[in-house]
Design a protein around this ligand. Structure first.
Ligand SMILES: O=C(O)CCC(=O)C(=O)O
Ligand SMILES: [Fe+2]
Length: 279
């Protein structure tokens, strides 16, 4: 998957966007009420979710798949919500919790403890749905909407597994099309985010490995993910306010138009080799 082909939303995708937006906002409110104890997560964007970009993937046949990953936070900011529409052939979406290294081999209870800052009770519930490897499989039929809530990209990984066999769809044949609606935050446009000495915008990540740093955000050199570029050792902890904005971004901060005018550009990373999280 790359970002070579960036276009404006078609009129049809605009119409669909309005419906996805309505449904996702309803789900966010429901989740805040029933899972987050009545209040949004720390760093989650306040107010209605308003997608301004969509990624489209086509899985042309049962073998095409996407490996385990989390979607990059770099342009979305912390705690992003993503609305994911499925069309055509039903495929299996798998999710699993990111297991912190220093918790490996400890009890599920200890892991739950480490995720308590969310106030949610997902941990034990979802574990009961998981198989022995901790994976949860969700079937995504034609015309279904999957909501990846605010904790998803930072505490879980997801994948689309290759399929042994599929039921052909009357229109799509053996294909599945996935449209993920996302909100690119103006404050996270590359012109507003740290640049490392090697000259390209840094990527935003969250620490998951060391217990003492878990949940902290940091910027690091992106060159390691760019073919032919050598990574430098740029690293900087990131601080955000309650709503997930970097310091200095308020009402006078970058506008939404700033994001809409320019290509967004992103990439996914597949189990990236992550250097030590900066002590
Ligand atoms: O096809 C899907 O449902 C998920 C695709 C995905 O994970 C992505 O585009 O980042
Ligand atoms: Fe993804």
């Amino acid at each position: 998957m790359g970002m070579q082909d960036v276009r404006t939303l078609t009129p049809q995708l605009e119409r669909v966007k309005a419906r996805v937006q309505e449904a996702v906002n309803r789900e966010i409110q429901e989740r805040i009420r029933t899972r987050y104890g009545g209040k949004k997560l720390k760093y989650q964007s306040p107010g209605p979710w308003t997608p301004n970009a969509a990624f489209v993937n086509c899985y042309n046949g049962p073998m095409e798949n996407v490996g385990w990953h989390s979607d990059q936070l770099t342009y979305l900011g912390p705690r992003p919500v993503i609305g994911s529409l499925s069309l055509g052939v039903t495929r299996e979406f798998r999710v699993r919790r990111i297991l912190p290294q220093d918790d490996a081999g400890t009890s599920a209870e200890a892991r739950d403890q480490s995720n308590n800052n969310n106030n949610n009770n997902d941990n034990s519930n979802s574990n009961s749905n998981a198989d022995l490897t901790g994976q949860i499989a969700i079937h995504l039929p034609h015309n279904s909407l999957l909501v990846m809530h605010a904790e998803m990209q930072e505490e879980w990984k997801h994948s689309i597994a290759p399929a042994q066999a599929i039921d052909p769809h009357p229109i799509a044949g053996s294909r599945r099309i996935n449209v993920t609606y996302r909100h690119y935050r103006a404050a996270f446009h590359p012109r507003n985010t740290p640049r490392c000495p090697c000259g390209i915008p840094a990527v935003l990540r969250v620490a998951t490995k060391k217990r003492e740093n878990r949940g902290r955000y940091f910027w690091m050199c992106h060159a390691g993910n760019v073919p032919g570029k050598e990574a430098c050792d740029f690293f900087r902890w990131a601080e955000f306010d309650e709503d997930g904005n970097p310091p200095g971004v308020g009402r006078d901060g970058p506008t939404e138009e700033a994001v809409d005018r320019e290509g967004t550009g992103s990439g996914e990373e597949d189990e990236p080799g992550k250097p030590d999280e900066g002590g």
